[in-house]
Design a protein around this ligand. Structure first.
Ligand code: AMP
Ligand code: ZN
Length: 477
């Protein structure tokens, strides 16, 4: 599989450190507000990557942090703690806010069929780990104390700016919201590992440390949580493009300084979801959530489908019109699947042929839109309906679009219509319609053998059944 690696700035062949195993780390949400659908674009694409590794047979261990402390309103080291801001906004404690929005995040993920990683670690549960790594960094002379805070000394590294394929615009994201110069820093790029002093003295969560009572910086949490659960080497690290700098750059700096060797081989960054009025941002307070999509009548999986139709390395513009187009395409696809009657046998050669179309797409830097096209190719193909359904179910192990379930729902609605249809006065017509209704019920119960039998018996009498999205019609031959 070829994946674009932000570190090498090329599409590299993905080769994990240990054969057959993938260690994957994902930057988790800062739980001071609902996730917006931009954040969820990143989690959807990471979910596809995770599931594709599994599809390829890798044994994947995926770890995600939950940022419930230390993420300041600027990605530099100034500003207020986002969690505290959230708590004040809602008149709750930081821990109440964290619990509420962590639960909300996973509820959204469930609706979008995003799998929960094997390990989910809130930063507040790993304070001792942060203290131990920071202590080691001080000992190795990679960190210093100044003005009550512990800073990482970026001048000690040969190359701090490891990702330099980002445009200035991307870099500007990293230093948003008016970063003020911190006079205690030895170098402009140095960053805080542990705060004991900040302008915002009302920090609610504080812990004892060798450097005084305080709280960790944001960047240290991902390095420590990753190393704690995945060891000294990491195969792939994921996040939205805004995380590349300074967050991931700082993670690499401190992890490699601590370990004394290379830490992570592949860096996977998802470009942003924007609206016509610009980047979607949680801190701006006006953003689109999964609940809002549902309130407006959209199935959250339509949003997943919308994301899948474009490449993760391209910015994606959200508009209601674009989402409507995705909803129409999704429903049409489900309708076409609903017309498949599961007849015939599974043909292994056909299976292999179309699986290859699917894997070729995803092997090509996770080209999800081509992978979705593979579903259309299957529907158009001259292969048995049973093979088609088996292929679509197989692809859905990665795509998680719930197309077969959506098709079943359509069929169930059609069957309901048939069952509720008035009974004809003509006994012969009533007999045929009763058999059609029986077949519909059999299909709903996935008793395709019985459904096929009814169709075949009627055909033997010269009666042809025609399945349509509106229900089954019949004609005499
Ligand atoms: P946060 O909760 O702010 O820490 O962000 C969670 C994830 O969403 C991170 O991986 C961010 O890089 C990513 N992210 C933030 N904004 C967007 C956006 N507009 N589009 C896509 N991903 C985003
Ligand atoms: Zn992170």
């Amino acid at each position: 599989m070829k994946l674009y690696n932000s570190l090498t700035r090329t599409r590299d062949e993905f080769v994990p450190n240990e054969e057959g195993k993938v260690k994957m780390y994902t930057c988790g949400p800062t739980v001071y507000h609902f996730a917006h659908i931009g954040n969820l674009r990143t989690y959807i694409m990471e979910d596809v990557l995770d599931k594709y590794f599994r599809y390829l047979g890798y044994d994947v261990t995926r770890v995600m942090n939950i940022t419930d402390v230390g993420h300041l309103s600027s990605d530099g080291d100034t500003g207020e703690d986002k969690m505290l801001k959230g708590a004040r906004r809602e008149n709750k404690t930081v821990l109440e806010i964290a619990k509420f929005y962590t639960d909300a995040f996973f509820a959204d993920c469930e609706k979008l069929k995003i799998k929960t990683p094997e390990v989910v670690a809130p930063a507040t549960t790993c304070i001792d780990d942060f203290i131990s790594v920071i202590s080691a960094l001080i000992e190795k002379d990679f960190a210093y104390e100044a003005g009550g805070n512990i800073y990482f000394d970026t001048s000690k590294l040969k190359n701090y700016y490891v990702f330099n394929d980002f445009s200035e615009e991307d870099l500007a994201v990293g230093v948003r919201e008016g970063v003020e110069e911190d006079s205690y820093k030895r170098n402009k790029a140095d960053f805080v590992l542990w705060f004991t002093r900040s302008k915002f003295e009302d920090q609610e969560l504080k812990w004892d440390s060798p450097w005084g009572v305080g709280y960790p910086g944001w960047h240290i949490e991902c390095s420590c949580i990753s190393m704690k659960h995945l060891g000294e080497t990491l195969d792939i690290h994921c996040g939205g493009i805004d995380n590349a700098f300074p967050h991931h750059t700082n993670e690499i700096a401190q992890s490699e300084a601590y370990l004394g060797h290379k830490w992570c081989n592949y860096w996977f960054h998802v470009r942003h979801l924007n609206t016509n009025s610009g980047k979607m941002s949680k801190s701006k307070g006006e953003f689109l959530t999964v609940s809002l999509l549902e309130e407006k009548g959209y199935d959250p999986l339509v949003y997943r489908f919308f994301c899948m139709q474009s490449h993760y390395r391209k910015s994606l513009v959200f508009s209601w019109e674009n989402l409507d187009n995705a909803a129409a395409a999704y429903n049409k696809l489900a309708m076409r699947i609903a017309t498949l009657d599961n007849s015939g046998e599974i043909n292994e050669e056909d299976m292999a042929k179309y699986k290859k179309v699917f894997t070729d797409a995803l092997d090509n830097d996770l080209n999800t839109s081509l992978a979705v096209t593979a579903v259309y190719d299957v529907l158009k193909a001259n292969i048995s309906a049973k093979t088609k359904l088996a292929l679509i179910a197989d692809f859905d192990r990665v795509l998680s679009l719930g197309l077969i379930e959506a098709a079943e729902k359509i069929k169930a609605e059609q069957n309901k219509k048939i069952e509720e249809a008035p009974v004809s006065d003509d006994p012969e017509v009533a007999r045929i319609e009763a058999l059609i209704a029986e077949r519909a019920v059999a299909k709903k119960a996935k008793d395709y053998k019985k459904a096929d039998e009814i169709r075949a018996n009627l055909l033997a009498e010269g009666i042809v059944l025609i399945d349509t999205p509106q229900g089954t019609r019949w004609e005499r031959q």
